[in-house]
Design a protein around this ligand. Structure first.
Ligand SMILES: NC(=O)c1ccc[n+]([C@@H]2O[C@H](COP(=O)([O-])OP(=O)(O)OC[C@H]3O[C@@H](n4cnc5c(N)ncnc54)[C@H](O)[C@@H]3O)[C@@H](O)[C@H]2O)c1
Length: 342
């Protein structure tokens, strides 16, 4: 059951102690993994989530404060919710590219407005450590397949733009009042660390393939005439547990006196084609996953892979999970859910 900000300031809150970590979007797909890892590491965790996409059942023992970060009228509750928190992991956000093209102002209001409100509340509450969920969408359609953090950032849709402005806000707050912030640019997040934490949305490739199989349709490949080895788009798939682990290390990074970078790619540095992913789903599931080829989608660059030397060297972090582990865990989580494929 959701517990509200009414608990903040009460004896119940005091159990959190001074070192709680606040995770916005902690009831969502990635956030719930971060929450679970933090709890297993012994941290007190407070989740802020409006439950528009999240599920209260995913936050475990963490306190849940249900509010819309983008609602300025909620600023007093937001500030109260940060009382006693040492750091914020800001994962909440709208993430659907197509929706962002249709409703750009709302995307800015949600993702940029939400970040602005969060920073106002953090400053007012004296919380000065922030890890922000950014995205490879800030790169747009880069000329090079493998992108370094310092290339020109040219997002091609309002979603990517809203993430880039979020990064700028982190940078500007660092200059203005000493925020210790870091932007983590996720590549293609997939997999599940636990069977109850699979990706509930059907927006990314693996859930889309599984949904088609559930519907007894053949998986779709959107374009097979790209300049790639098998003609399908190549992406950097990263296990959600590797993503969550990187957040833990990012918080340690914030404690360092000298932090040379404020943005890091979180990927594997390796590319996998759409066709290879679909074949792996076939291997893991034992199902026939021979795809149908459909037209290209607008705004899909042929290759998008993260250069990961910066994060590997600075964080001494490296992705641990391979494609089989990503697909296998996705498959198990899907089969444990309501749309079991029989
Ligand atoms: N999933 C990916 O492949 C991917 C890739 C790159 C970046 N990201 C970023 O990571 C973050 C999390 O992604 P996810 O896949 O876990 O998405 P998700 O939709 O499962 O989780 C987002 C969570 O944030 C909450 N939320 C959204 N807007 C909110 C608001 N205004 N106030 C309070 N709560 C709000 C939702 O209820 C949900 O629980 C997003 O910011 C997304 O842009 C995701």
């Amino acid at each position: 059951m959701a517990r509200s900000a009414g608990a903040v300031g009460s004896p119940e809150r005091n159990r959190l102690g001074a070192m709680a970590i606040c995770v916005t979007g902690g009831a969502g797909y990635i956030g719930a993994h971060v929450v679970r890892l933090l709890e297993r590491a012994g941290h007190q965790v407070r989740v802020i989530d409006d439950l528009s996409y999240g599920d209260a059942a995913r936050v475990g023992q963490a306190e849940l404060v249900q509010l819309d970060l983008a609602d300025t009228a909620e600023l007093p509750r937001l500030q109260a919710a940060l009382d006693g928190c040492r750091a914020v992991v800001h994962i909440a956000g709208r993430k659907q590219v197509g929706e962002s093209v249709e409703r750009p102002a709302w995307y800015y209001q949600q993702n940029v407005g939400g970040m602005a409100n969060l920073l106002l509340a953090m400053r007012a509450q004296g919380v000065d450590r922030l890890v922000f969920s950014s995205s490879a969408a800030v790169y747009g359609e880069p000329k090079t397949g493998q992108v370094r953090e310092d290339i020109d950032l040219r997002p091609i849709n309002p979603y990517g733009e809203s993430k880039l402005v979020g990064e700028w806000l982190v940078r500007d707050a660092a200059r203005a009042w000493g925020l210790r912030g870091v932007n983590l640019r996720y590549f293609n997040v997939a997999g599940a660390g636990w069977e109850d934490l699979g990706d509930p949305a059907v927006l990314n490739l693996i859930p889309m393939v599984l949904q088609r199989l559930y519907d007894r349709r053949r998986p779709a490949v959107f374009g097979d005439d790209y300049p790639t080895p098998d003609g399908t788009c190549v992406r950097d798939y990263i296990h959600v547990v590797d993503i969550a682990t990187a957040h833990m290390i990012a918080m340690d990074y914030l404690e360092r006196d000298s932090r040379p970078f404020d943005a890091f790619n979180i990927g594997t540095g390796a590319g996998t084609s759409v066709r290879q992913v679909i074949e792996m789903v076939g291997e893991v599931s034992g199902l026939d996953t021979a795809p149908v080829v459909e037209p290209r989608r607008a705004g899909d660059p042929p290759v998008l892979i993260g250069a990961v030397d910066r994060i590997e060297q600075t964080f001494e972090w490296k992705a641990q999970h391979d494609l089989r582990s990503i697909v296998d865990s996705s498959w198990r989580a899907w089969q444990a859910g309501p749309k079991r494929i029989v």
